[in-house]
Design a binder for this molecule. Structure first.
Ligand code: GLV
Ligand code: MN
Ligand code: MN
Length: 413
């Protein structure tokens, strides 16, 4: 394992679409995303991997050795607008490092090893999130995916062609033998408990909606308060309602309004409309449904109270996912075999692994995230943890290549 090589590649990739504070902005299928893709593919080709690009731009590099289906790892290299340098990138570059290390050691696994990066994992520019891996496993048609609209207008299919990543390989793809993803935790739990690595038991459910509020635009100085139908006020009430809902529910419940657009967005005009996004997550599907129902009731009520109309549009909806208990156990074992204590924990963030879990035995390895900060250039993981996490990934992939699974993915123990 060359820690220096891994860290140098992370630095090189971070410099594609650099932003202040040391992070990156590579929103999906922008020029920066294309440049990042080109760079990672260069590294794959330098290793002699067979590189395949599919019809939604997912890229898979395979070391074609042994026989049977591949043990696959990977993640994403697209970022949010304020991306850190590890979210996604670690999982992809660690996968390349694992293969390169085995090749150099002259160790050949009994089946192929593959490393993938999937299109539009973040869901920041196109929705839903995890779009590429969802199509990869047959959870969404290629046609539907190509028709997704960017927040800045273009169709996904047109952007793919424009950046040269509309590949020929069909989706869904044949199922891998198993999938494992190394990722930073992006939350505070490992660091708080002073545990370096985690075996991830699953991913919480994700509900994304866009809410459009239409009121009446009017003069800020002359319109009496009693005559207003103000979408900005309604937006504020929704934000406060979500915070109160999360406090009332407690546990894992989280709610976020990450985007609010007012029209016309001027100092002296009561806005005509507001468009905001709701991100609501819980590990328990029944609680998540209850939250969604309460939100719908509240939207009706506030629309009546303030004399505005409210329309909602579904952006993404994924039920909680439980990873395969056999892979979770195997990861836990590899972590302890390398001399570390382990925490079993669910993921708060969405990941490509949650889609691969539909078709093959799957789980994830987490490393600590300093202060739990992510989707922020300040995202930081100790370099020793990045390297050791990659060694754990190597051990897990090696063992998965030597494991025979039954046909059906197992539940989480
Ligand atoms: C992806 O990063 C998500 O969980 O929003
Ligand atoms: Mn990620
Ligand atoms: Mn992310």
């Amino acid at each position: 394992m060359s820690g220096a090589r891994l860290l140098a590649r992370l630095d090189d990739l971070a410099q594609v679409g650099p932003i202040e504070g040391g992070g990156s902005c590579r929103l999906a299928l922008t020029d920066a995303d294309r440049d990042g893709r080109d760079l990672v593919i260069t590294w794959m080709r330098d290793l002699g991997l067979e590189v395949v690009i599919d019809s939604v731009g997912n890229v898979v590099g395979t070391w074609n050795v042994g026989s049977g289906s591949a043990v696959m790892t990977g993640s994403h290299i697209d970022t949010v607008r304020t991306g850190g340098r590890y979210d996604g990138n670690l999982g992809v570059l660690a996968g390349i490092e694992v293969i390169e290390t085995l090749m150099q050691a002259g160790l050949t696994p009994p089946r192929p090893l593959a490393v993938a990066f999937f299109t539009n994992e973040e869901g920041a520019r196109f929705q839903p999130d995890m779009l590429g891996s969802l199509v990869f496993v047959g959870g969404m048609t290629v046609e539907e995916a190509l028709d997704a609209r960017a927040i800045d207008g273009p169709r996904l299919g047109d952007e793919l062609r424009r950046i040269g990543y509309a590949g020929a390989h069909p989706c869904p793809s044949p199922s891998p033998h198993a999938f494992v993803e190394l990722h930073i935790e992006q939350g505070p739990r490992l660091e708080t408990d002073d545990i370096r690595f985690g075996s991830v038991t699953g991913v919480q459910g994700i509900s994304w909606q866009e809410v459009t509020i239409t009121g009446q635009s009017n003069h800020a100085g002359t319109t009496p308060m009693s005559l207003r139908h103000d979408p900005a006020l309604v937006s504020a009430r929704i934000v406060v309602f979500l915070r109160d809902l999360a406090s009332r529910y407690g546990g894992d419940q989280v709610c976020t309004v990450g985007k609010i657009d007012l029209v016309p967005n001027l100092v002296n005009v009561v806005p005509r409309s507001a468009t905001l996004t709701l991100d609501v997550r819980n590990t328990d599907e029944s609680i998540l449904r209850r939250a969604e129902a309460e939100i719908a009731t509240f939207l009706d009520q506030v629309a009546g109270d303030e004399g505005v109309t409210i329309e909602t549009r579904r952006l993404a909806r994924f039920e909680p996912v439980e990873f395969d208990g056999r892979v979770v156990d195997l990861i836990e074992d590899a972590i302890s075999h390398r001399g570390h204590s382990n925490m079993r924990l669910p993921s708060g963030a969405g990941h490509d692994a949650q889609m691969l879990a539909r078709v093959c035995p799957t789980a994830m390895i987490f490393t600590q995230s300093h202060l739990g900060i992510s989707h922020n250039p300040a995202e930081f993981t100790d370099p020793d943890d990045l390297v050791e996490g990659t060694d754990i990934l190597l051990e897990v992939m090696w063992r998965l290549a030597h494991t025979d699974f039954d046909a059906a993915p197992g539940g989480n123990s």
